[in-house]
Every structure is written in C-alpha cells, then in structure tokens.
Design a protein around this ligand. Structure first.
Ligand SMILES: Cc1ncc(COP(=O)(O)O)c(C=O)c1O
Length: 357
C-alpha cells in the first residue's frame, strides 16, 4: 500500500535512528532522587541554549505551561492571554481548573497583542480586582499560522508587564522554529521573559518531553508544581536522551521544514486555493476553504483517500504542517494530490457555476 503523507502536525514525527540509539544506551537513575545524569545533561544543555539559569524536563508542553502558571500566579489571581493562544484554547482549561488562575483574554492581530493593548488590560491594584500576576505569550503562534514574535515585540510586551509587576511566561512550544525563521538565537527571543516552555516532541522529533527554563528560583517552584500534578519521573533519562539528540541535530534542519511549507503553499496557490506563500513564516500552512457548497469535511476525507492526511477542518479552516519526515519530494507529491482533489471538489461543489451565473 502507498505511504500516506501525514501533514497533521509536527507531533507525528517518530524518533530518528540516532535518538533510538541514544535512548537504548542512556545512562539513567531515579529522578525523584535527582539522580538521572541524562536528565541533568539535557536540562543543563537547554538552559545554556536559552541563556537561562536553570531548566527542568516536564512530560509535555501542556504540563510545562500549567506548572509555569502555577509557579507564578496564585489561585484567584489573573493572567492575560491572547484569545486564540494554545494555553487558553487547547490545554483543557488547566489554568482555571487546576491553577485556579483567571484568564483575561485579548484579541490579537495575527495572534499577537500590542503593548498598549496589554497596558490597558492590566488590572490596577484595587480591592476589586484579581491581581494581574502573569502575561502569557506564544512563539511561534500556532493558530495564527506558525507566525513569529520578534525580539523587539517580546521586549516591549515584557516591559509593560514588568512595569506593572506582572511576570511573563512564553509558550515557546516551537521557539526554535521562530529562532531559525528570524535568524536569531533562541536565547535572544526569550531574554526578557521570566519563564519559557518549549517542546522536544514537535519539530525536534522526540517521542515526549518539554523544557521549562528561567531563574533557579522559578525552576525550583516549577519542580514542586510538576510533583503536584504527578509529573515527577523515575528513569526519564530514557527519553531525555532523545531530547539531547534533538537539540544537537534537529534545530538547524527546521529551515528545511519552513522551505517545504512555503513549497506546499505555492502548490496550494497553484491549485487555486486562497493562500499566499509569503504569509508562511515557519512550518504551517493554513487555508480558509471557499464558502458553501464546498464541503470541508468531504475535502479532507478525499485528501486522505488520495494519500494526504491532515486534521479535521475547524469550520472552513484547514492546516498543513511540515516536519522532518516529509521531504521536498513528498511535498511535491502531496501538492499534486491536493490540486486534484481540490479542483474536483470545487467543480462538483458548483463554485465555478455559481461564480459565472
Ligand atoms: C503552541 C503550543 N503550545 C503548547 C502545546 C502543548 O504541547 P503538548 O502537546 O506537548 O502538551 C502545543 C501542542 O501542540 C502547541 O502547539
């Protein structure tokens, strides 16, 4: 049977042969007793790459975000977050259900809020308000299409938050995608934030794991919160070993994923889809499918039958994500399938007839 080209997410990647070897040979110990040397190596490496005092391995991006919130805001206090941020929309409401922190959402442009917008949203100190303890940013911004938050904008938002006494947490699940796309070191993108979470399990190809980095004090608090949510590990060095390989070998090559995403966007545009390859900044291509009678679930189903797999549409919006297991040749093949299925759906949906009527 022909291989299906999976463009659902960069989380579908499986560990590289070098990762599997490192995992098999990892020196491990009981991390509860702070005795896993491979976890220590990964944490030290991550802290150094991000220019932070310390780092800690957690099981997932969601756990990294939640424990960072819990470490920096108390129950009944509030945090500001852009309304389509992953942390607000896709993490099971942990900030409210577990951390007890009240989110105040702001509408961003391309996923990003403006410093003056943030300034106005911070609650003044008053007996009436839940104190604004935290501001959460996201880089790259997933729902906005993998867009990058610049060093300057991050610094400006941090200045506003810090002036008001609030901390800043960065959901940097794909911070290395941003660093590669902007051609700056990741450490420069996270310099002003108090805590940063990034995922090993996305474009870096590891089977599991995320890192939270910040000051030593912050990481000590996150370690306590990780324990509280059941995220303490024993011989976690088995997957930390993959993390080290990921940081050593998978960061620079993200450039290829970005080039492939642009390549795919050009194929989609060539098929007549409303996409502009210039809007693609990293490894994601979002497309808003035409209005009825075009049927997005049917289109996605037929794509899968044709050999390209993506996630179910959200409304009329679909997403393609490139990763290290999709080559340029895969993208060209996927482009051909997308074009064929799209044009057939447009014709059968009567868009052309409607347009010319
Ligand atoms: C921007 C962003 N933040 C956080 C996460 C959560 O990561 P995890 O799936 O490891 O919990 C994701 C996952 O897709 C994400 O895209």
């Amino acid at each position: 049977m022909e291989r299906v080209i999976c463009l659902r997410s960069d989380t579908v990647t499986t560990p590289s042969p070098a990762m599997r070897k490192a995992m098999a040979e990892a020196e491990v110990g009981d991390d509860y007793y702070n005795a896993d040397p491979t976890i220590h190596r990964l944490e030290a490496k991550a802290a150094e790459m991000l220019g932070k005092e310390a780092a800690i391995l957690v099981l997932s991006g969601t756990m990294g975000n939640l424990t960072s919130i819990m470490a920096q805001a108390n129950r009944g206090e509030s945090m500001i977050v852009e309304e389509t941020a992953h942390i607000f929309v896709n993490e099971g409401g942990g900030m409210a259900a577990v951390a007890g922190v009240m989110p105040r959402t702001l509408k961003g442009k391309n996923g990003f809020i403006e410093p003056d917008q943030l300034e106005k949203a911070i609650f003044p100190t008053s007996v009436l308000h839940p104190p604004t303890r935290l501001v959460c940013l996201e880089n790259t911004h997933n729902v906005a299409g993998g867009r990058c938050l610049s060093i300057e904008r991050t610094a400006a938002l941090c200045r506003v938050a810090h002036k008001a006494g609030a901390k800043v947490h960065l959901d940097g699940a794909r911070i290395f995608n941003a660093a590669i796309a902007l051609r700056v070191p990741a450490s420069a993108l996270v310099k002003d934030v108090d805590s940063i979470q990034f995922c090993l399990s996305k474009g870096l190809g590891c089977p599991a794991g995320s890192i939270v980095a910040g000051s030593r004090e912050l990481v000590t608090r996150v370690r306590h919160m990780r324990q509280l949510v059941g995220g303490g590990m024993r011989q976690g060095g088995v997957f930390a070993a993959a993390g080290i390989v990921g940081l050593d070998t998978m960061v620079e090559r993200l450039e290829e994923d970005h080039a492939n995403a642009k390549r795919l966007a050009r194929h989609c545009a060539d098929a007549g889809m409303p996409v502009n390859a210039n809007d693609v900044e990293t490894n994601m291509v979002f497309v808003e499918l035409p209005d009825l009678p075009f049927d997005p679930p049917r289109f996605v189903r037929e794509l899968r039958e044709g050999g390209v797999e993506i996630n179910p549409p959200k409304g009329r919006r679909i997403r393609f994500v490139t990763h290290y297991q999709t080559s340029a040749a895969d993208i060209d093949k996927a482009g051909g399938i997308i074009k064929r299925v799209y044009q057939r759906n447009v014709q059968q949906g009567g868009i052309r007839e409607a347009a010319s009527a």
